[in-house]
Design a binder for this molecule. Structure first.
Ligand SMILES: Nc1ncnc2c1ncn2[C@@H]1O[C@H](COP(=O)(O)OP(=O)(O)OP(=O)(O)O)[C@@H](O)[C@H]1O
Length: 363
């Protein structure tokens, strides 16, 4: 997206001790972008910088035609004048205020008079399905209801940018499911930009049009969910979407995997698509079969492996393997019966070339 077509354009440079966030983000009007990353990647730092709670060290934040933060030009717009609605992970509702006054606080804090603020609050509470709870205090609301009050408060300021920081993290699984569905409806109706910060891939995949992945303060991959889940470019993204991922050099239908540990061992994988140059190869754990002895016949890729871990995975078992490459294999209980499934056991892994997916690594 070009800077001109983005509603939010931010080049976020923030120094916090030895940590530096250095990430460019753009979000178009009506678009939902998920910022996804492991613990400590810098997601909260990004939210706080956008919300105006943490000044930038460098870079710039542009929302519509307004510059909100630009240290070089000494511009720093305070939080309440940013036209940004924020839902924090723990909601931060005022415990002594009713749901209605909590929501009215949003418009009040940006200068609305009491009456119109209350009218806006009532309208928003009705839209999130909580009209009859308007007079309850937060301690008499369930987790899901409190989350909806927080969302209503953020939307009641008619924000140009809606920021959601782990909005579903505090909810139990069942409530999460319902609240995620409701949130999806509200996000679709929001005409401004939405940035959703999460470390839950499901939230990101369900709610976002585009994903931006940050690791150690940097954007490592961005794109639409389908491309990212099919073509991860880092180990973190691969584990997020449940794929085995390797980098190597491709020639024809063979990829020589670059050993991650720097050892000289060469390991080659036969792949379905012809490739050339630096590539990634990905395959799902379910594509890996395990055998007690070396299998003969069909699959083109076989290698000896040692079991390092076993976990339940849905109805199957996920087996972690070490060997010339580390890999995860998902096997059925029936297949497991033929194997000695204990850490340290030696097995043979087999993978069909047709189940691999190879794509250019670039750079
Ligand atoms: N007040 C602070 N002073 C110095 N460093 C900080 C401060 N707060 C956070 N950090 C550092 O900044 C880095 C990024 O933290 P941040 O909270 O933004 O990550 P995150 O992606 O939100 O992680 P999480 O998912 O765990 O919330 C971390 O390495 C952290 O140690």
């Amino acid at each position: 997206m070009t800077e001109a077509s983005a509603l939010l354009y931010a080049n976020l440079v923030v120094d916090r001790g030895s940590f530096r966030l250095d990430a460019a983000l753009s979000v178009a009007a009506g678009e939902v972008v998920a910022l996804l990353g492991p613990n400590g990647a810098g997601k909260t730092t990004a939210v706080r910088a956008l919300a105006g709670l943490l000044p930038l060290t460098g870079g710039r934040i542009q929302l519509g035609d307004r510059t909100l933060d630009d240290p070089q030009r000494r511009i720093l717009v305070p939080p309440e004048r940013r036209k940004i609605g924020v839902v924090f992970q723990d909601y931060l509702l005022f415990p002594h205020l009713t749901a209605r006054d909590n929501v009215a606080f949003g418009p009040r804090s940006v200068g609305a008079a009491r009456r119109p603020a209350r009218a806006a609050a009532d309208a928003w509470l009705a839209r999130v399905g909580l009209a009859e709870h308007a007079h309850r205090k937060p301690r008499h609301l369930s987790g899901g209801q409190a989350q909806r009050v927080a969302l209503a408060r953020a939307l009641a300021v008619e924000p140009v940018l809606l920021l959601l920081d782990e909005p579903l993290a505090a909810l139990d699984a069942r409530t999460r499911l319902d609240t995620r569905a409701a949130l999806q409806r509200h996000l679709r109706a929001h005409s401004g930009a939405t940035l959703l910060v999460t470390h839950d891939p499901l939230d990101a995949l369900v709610l976002a049009d585009r994903l931006v992945i940050v690791e150690a303060g940097r954007v490592v991959q961005e794109g639409d969910p389908a491309t990212i889940t099919a073509q991860p470019r880092t180990d973190y993204v691969a584990s997020l979407v449940g794929l085995n991922l390797y980098r190597g050099r491709g020639e024809g239908h063979t990829v020589t995997v670059t050993a991650g540990d720097g050892s000289a061992d060469r390991f080659q994988l036969s792949v379905a698509e012809p490739v050339d140059g630096e590539v990634f190869v990905a395959f799902p754990p379910a594509a890996v079969a395990l055998h007690p002895t070396e299998p003969d016949g069909s699959p083109r890729n076989t290698w000896p492996a040692v079991i390092t871990g076993i976990q339940r995975h849905g109805d199957n078992l996920r087996v972690e393997l070490d060997g010339p490459i580390t890999a995860a294999a998902d096997i059925t209980p029936a297949a497991a019966a033929h194997l000695e499934l204990i850490p340290g056991s030696r097995v043979w892994a087999a993978l069909k070339a047709t189940e691999t997916h190879a794509y250019p690594a670039g750079g």
